[in-house]
Design a protein around this ligand. Structure first.
Ligand SMILES: [Zn+2]
Length: 340
């Protein structure tokens, strides 16, 4: 009988479809009054020399029975386990850990780079420690030029070595190094001897562009700006241009964007004027091309410099330039006009 126990159990297990029935079956075979116990009791009736061998047989049979019951239990509990895991997973909080993000200046540089690369520009960087020649002279600002007073320069070693005051120095380097036609943009830090306050810092960021082609006009420059500003600030962006003097361009223009915060009415963001000054631009002065060995009769170019910090502050509604170089992660940009 005992040898048939596992065989019998096999056919019985096939009929079982619930954990309750399985538990009952378990009791029937392995319980205190079950079949295995019954077989063990039978050992006492055997002659002593046969008892040990008999006990081994019953033990093996019991192991087989146990294994079969466990296997069936696994099959019956699998769907329940799946449901339990699914319920637990749904209850898990999937909030990602705080791992930080790119600095808004870096984000903006990348957005600008993407835009200009799509327009066929190359992105280049260059020296922050510059010479007087490339920071000033090559940009039409000789040593005695009054325009030098416009940029309070930090000298590393007078009179020739300085921290660049604008990224126009990159323009001078590009014109010197490469032959036209060329279209290049350059993001970078610039330095001036400014007192640090809400609106000024001795370190800030420029975004320079230079284009030299057989023929370019202000129309190309303004068209580029329109496309760029609308991409970054939305299709309703309004721009205006003012005549402005920069030694390296002729004519020169200042580009202002209508304040998106107050729609031109005047608020704290735009200091009450309704417009935000975003940068300067113009047609490259023939003298600048000549100094770089480019024939101004064959080539014309435009150049522009954007104040990146202003772009970022306008975009992210940041009212204090020091925030950009500080480490205060709790800084909250002002939310709406009422708080300005
Ligand atoms: Zn405003």
């Amino acid at each position: 009988m005992e040898n048939n126990s596992s065989e019998k159990l096999k056919s019985e297990l096939e009929q079982i479809d619930s954990l309750e029935n399985l538990t009952a079956l378990e009791k029937k075979y392995l319980g205190s009054k079950g079949k295995v116990k019954e077989m063990l009791k039978g050992i006492g009736k055997l002659p002593p020399e046969k008892r040990k061998a008999r006990a081994i047989v019953i033990q093996k049979e019991a192991q087989v029975i146990q294994a079969m019951l466990t296997a069936k239990r696994k099959i019956l509990t699998a769907p329940q386990l799946g449901k339990k895991l699914k319920d637990q997973a749904e209850n898990l909080d999937f909030q990602l850990p705080k791992i930080g993000h790119l600095h808004p200046i870096t984000q903006t540089i990348r957005e600008l780079n993407n835009f200009f690369e799509e327009m066929g520009y190359s992105v280049m960087e260059d020296l922050e420690l510059e010479t007087d020649e490339f920071c000033f002279q090559r940009l039409n600002v000789p040593p005695d030029h009054p325009a030098r007073a416009m940029q309070d320069t930090l000298y590393i070693k007078e009179p020739n070595y300085l921290l660049r005051t604008h990224t126009s120095s990159i323009e001078a380097r590009v014109l010197e190094k490469y032959s036209p036609p060329l279209k290049v943009v350059s993001p970078g830090k610039v330095y001036r001897n400014e007192k640090v306050n809400k609106s000024n810092h001795f370190v800030f960021h420029h975004y320079q562009g230079v284009v030299v082609l057989p023929e370019v006009s202000l129309k190309d420059l303004f068209g580029t700006f329109t496309k760029l500003f609308k991409r970054l600030y939305g299709p309703k962006t309004v721009l205006r241009y003012r005549n402005k003097y920069y030694p390296e361009v002729e004519p020169g223009a200042g580009v202002d964007m209508q304040c998106f915060n107050c729609k031109g009415k005047g608020c704290r963001l735009c200091k009450g004027v309704g417009w935000i000054e975003m940068g300067g631009a113009g047609i490259i002065h023939p003298q600048v091309l000549k100094m770089a060995g480019i024939d101004p009769n064959k080539w014309r170019g435009f150049a522009f410099g954007l104040g990146l910090d202003r772009w970022v502050m306008a975009k992210y509604k940041i009212s204090d330039i020091r925030t950009l170089l500080g480490g205060n992660l709790g800084y909250k940009p002002f939310e709406n006009e009422n708080t300005l």
